[in-house]
Ligand binder design. Structure first.
Ligand code: AMP
Length: 219
């Protein structure tokens, strides 16, 4: 069997990691592993996990490394993850990046794509972002599904995320600077980092990511 491909998407919230993650997975048969999606689904389901993390998510703080590492390891063990995965919103701390190395050993992350976007654009994008509660599809305010509140893909409710408020956005940007920015050096030092400009069309960003995969022999 071919070696699995693992891609990490790094970048601030709203940079386009979710959208690009979906596209990458559809093209290459990979699993889109968004820890945020897993945690939000748990909150919606009202499970023990959901009750444990709901306050942290609403405040825009980070849940513990141990907890997300366990979720990731579990998800990667599922049969549909055999070809590999695109990590979106994970790892977010150095501890998580080190845990991911252990989880993926003896192979490892093949590419880390940093989707860059200035803070002003992050705030503008997140305030206008809507998301389907059912399938996680992301919409902007002018999309018909955002206007109608009904997802065109699955019929689920299209809502504003509870943490896309000005306070939580500020807390999430601070957490990014404090905990996640150091990961840029972590992956760059290993020659795995490629930065792409996120302030372009979905298609343009996607083409840059695809080119980076091809350049590394991953596609
Ligand atoms: P996201 O959808 O990636 O913006 O994540 C939404 C929220 O879920 C974050 O603000 C955190 O509260 C939590 N979360 C998601 N991924 C992680 C992670 N890797 N480590 C810690 N907390 C996370």
């Amino acid at each position: 069997m071919a070696t699995p491909t693992y891609v990490v998407l790094l970048g601030k919230q709203g940079a386009g990691k979710g959208t690009q993650g979906e596209l990458l997975c559809a093209r290459h048969g990979l699993v889109h592993l968004s820890t945020g999606d897993i945690l939000r689904a748990a909150v919606r389901a009202g499970s023990d996990l959901g009750r444990e993390v709901s306050r942290v998510l609403e405040a825009g703080e980070l849940v513990s490394d141990d907890l997300v590492n366990r979720l990731v390891e579990e998800r990667l063990g599922a049969p549909d993850a055999a070809a590999g995965a695109v990590f979106d919103g994970y790892p977010r701390t150095r501890g998580q990046a080190e845990a991911l190395d252990r989880i993926l050993a003896p192979g490892g992350v093949g590419l880390c794509v940093l989707v860059e976007l200035p803070d002003e654009l992050v705030v503008a994008r997140l305030s206008g972002r809507r998301v389907c509660e059912g399938c996680g599809t992301i919409y902007t305010l002018t999309d018909p599904s955002a206007e109608s509140g009904v997802c065109e893909r699955c019929g689920g409710r299209v809502v504003q995320r509870a943490d896309d408020t000005p306070e939580a956005i500020g807390a999430r940007l601070a957490a990014y600077e404090r905990d996640t920015r150091p990961l840029i050096d972590f992956y760059d030092a290993r020659g795995l980092l490629v930065a792409v400009d996120g302030d372009r069309s979905v298609e343009e960003v996607s083409a840059s990511i695809e080119a980076a995969l091809v350049a590394r022999g991953l596609a």
